[in-house]
Design a protein around this ligand. Structure first.
Ligand SMILES: Nc1ncnc2c1ncn2[C@@H]1O[C@H](COP(=O)(O)OP(=O)(O)O)[C@@H](O)[C@H]1O
Ligand SMILES: O=C(CO)[C@@H](O)[C@H](O)COP(=O)(O)O
Length: 527
């Protein structure tokens, strides 16, 4: 009998990952490819380039993503325990907010991809983009536009689900319109990174999905269409022609459950996909993790990847002062709430390396200091932090609350982990039933326990390599099979308990939380 497999992809900050499930959700294969290690020729560090003359400008070359997709599919095609020909549907996900700028030539080349199956995607799509450098979520070079949106549209979070944020696509588009007008004018379509990846598979520009679209500060969450007010502010103009031109560059957003049709024959010829393979709308990585874990309201997902994010859901729409509301990717009766911290795994790695430790020896070092670190608190921001807006830097206080320059190595490693956990806790909703951990750092047993102690809740994880990619595979299967039951009844999360809070530690951290908040408040200044 014909085997039915489902492929989920995740184009995150540092890697491109794949998860393949069969029809009964058994994990068949996972694969990942690290951008900077596999492709040093693009000059990225941790998947990104920070502009040396303007460090708040952060981008990734589009050619790196194209080359990575080719290499990943090539590797997947070599395995003998499954065949790409058996993939019935593909969906996926990408880091949120980043934008891709297609030119008219690119749109034409994309539609003619099938004739170019002898060429790599990078070769086939050469000169297809009006901008090689794609601004990504780490960018914070848009202060001028953030201030303008916050000032001019006081109800922005009521309309779009978020106050103005540097990394949100609308800010990036406004900046390009003002400062790179020739790039803007030669752009025929703008994709989010998720819809860019879907476009490659469908061989035509894929629509932006409504969930990831909420990360742009442009989408009206009531009308489910682009907000005329936000479009006009991004262009600093009331001109109907300009506004309608931006509207057509963005295309009409679609529900995340949209079936985009069959795969481009480029992938059929080049990688032996079936011509019947269906492409299901792609979405943002955090939203896809929500789809994978399919949690109940009251649970919180902490995704500890390049960014640290706290994600939860609610049936009511109640915009936050700090954080975001998104349309739910799989449940029309709920909304997704998300708070994102820029300084996650890369900051943990920096301090670990500074202390000359491996993740195994971190465990031993933590045993030499008490829980609560004798009142020493350190906050570490490699880059300007998103939440709250704090300038990049390392900030340390001793137990008397005095600023100090340095900590011992064992004090430092505890302080980075404790402060990141307290940081996550301080912005989370008060009522939490369970914490569900995902992302690379969720494998770390010390971090698992510390999260349990700081949150005072049981900690669970899902037995998968990457919940964002797996969310893609599950959504692909769901939409492809067209079930007449709700998604939530279809995918029960398969969670494992990984840490239980230790009461004594819970009390120490509960006391420390208010001191942590005071220290943090002393750092608040705009950038
Ligand atoms: N055992 C570990 N302890 C702490 N951090 C880890 C561990 N294993 C992996 N990581 C971190 O996980 C990060 C990658 O996480 P991942 O969720 O795959 O990120 P992304 O989706 O942003 O690419 C790496 O930067 C690495 O620092
Ligand atoms: O900006 C956000 C969410 O709002 C980030 O969470 C990006 O979506 C990047 O994801 P990772 O690469 O860290 O998974």
């Amino acid at each position: 009998m014909h085997r039915r497999l489902f492929l989920g992809l995740d184009l995150s900050t540092q890697q491109l990952k794949a998860v393949i499930l069969d029809d009964s959700l058994t994990l068949i294969h996972t694969e990942s490819l690290n951008f900077s290690k596999e492709f040093p020729r693009f000059g990225t560090i941790d998947g990104v380039i920070r502009d040396p003359s303007s460090p708040s400008r952060v981008f990734t070359p589009i050619s790196l993503w194209l080359s990575s997709l080719d290499l990943l599919l090539h590797r997947l095609s070599l395995h003998s325990h499954f065949s790409l020909n058996d993939i019935s549907a593909i969906s996926g996900t990408a880091q949120q907010h980043g934008t891709v700028y297609w030119n008219m030539k690119g749109e034409i080349k994309l539609e003619g991809l099938s004739e170019l199956s002898g060429k790599s995607l990078e070769e086939a799509l050469q000169n297809s983009f009006s901008k090689e450098e794609c601004p990504i979520w780490m960018d914070s070079s848009t202060t001028e536009f953030v201030d303008k949106f916050d000032r001019e549209i006081p109800n922005l979070n009521g309309i779009t689900g978020s106050r103005a944020y540097h990394r949100f696509s609308g800010m990036q588009i406004a900046k390009i319109f003002k400062y790179e007008r020739e790039v803007y004018d030669s752009t025929s379509r703008i994709s989010l990174i998720s819809s860019f990846l879907a476009s490659l598979f469908t061989g035509r520009i894929a629509p932006i999905d409504l969930s990831d679209g909420c990360g742009m500060n442009l989408l009206d969450m009531q009308s489910l269409d682009w907000s005329p007010l936000c479009l006009s502010l991004a262009l600093d103009s009331q001109d109907d022609q300009l506004i309608s031109d931006l509207r057509s560059k963005l295309g009409s957003p679609v529900p995340t459950s949209t079936n985009l049709g069959v795969i481009s024959s480029y992938f059929v010829s080049r990688y032996n996909f079936s011509p019947n393979c269906q492409i299901i709308s792609f979405t943002g990585d955090n939203l896809s993790s929500m789809a994978d874990l399919n949690i109940s309201c009251g649970d919180v997902i902490l995704s500890l990847g390049t960014s640290d994010t706290a994600i939860y859901c609610s049936s009511s729409f109640s915009p936050l002062e700090r954080g975001h509301v998104f349309i739910h990717p799989t449940n029309t009766h709920q909304f997704v709430y998300l708070i994102c911290y820029k300084n996650g795994s890369l900051t943990r790695e920096r301090i670990r390396q500074k202390c000359n430790l491996s993740w195994d020896t971190v465990s031993d070092a933590l045993k030499t200091t008490p829980v609560g670190n004798n009142g020493n608190i350190g906050m570490y921001f490699d880059m300007d932090e998103i939440e709250p807006r704090v300038k990049a830097g390392d900030y340390k206080w001793n137990e008397k609350g005095e600023r100090v320059e340095s900590f011992s190595s064992s004090c430092e490693i505890r302080s980075v982990l404790e402060s990141q956990c307290l940081h996550l806790r301080s912005n989370c909703p008060r009522e939490i039933n369970r914490v569900i951990l995902t992302g690379g750092a969720s494998h770390n047993t010390d971090i698992r326990q510390m999260i349990g102690d700081v949150f005072g809740r049981d900690v669970y994880t899902a037995p998968v390599a990457d919940s964002a990619a797996q969310g893609g595979a599950k959504r692909a299967r769901y939409v492809h099979n067209m079930p007449d039951v709700p998604y939530s009844a279809y995918f029960t999360p398969n969670l494992t308990l990984i840490a239980r809070p230790i009461q004594e530690n819970v009390e120490i951290y509960a006391n420390l939380l208010s001191i942590y908040k005071e220290r943090e408040a002393s750092l608040l200044h705009s950038y």
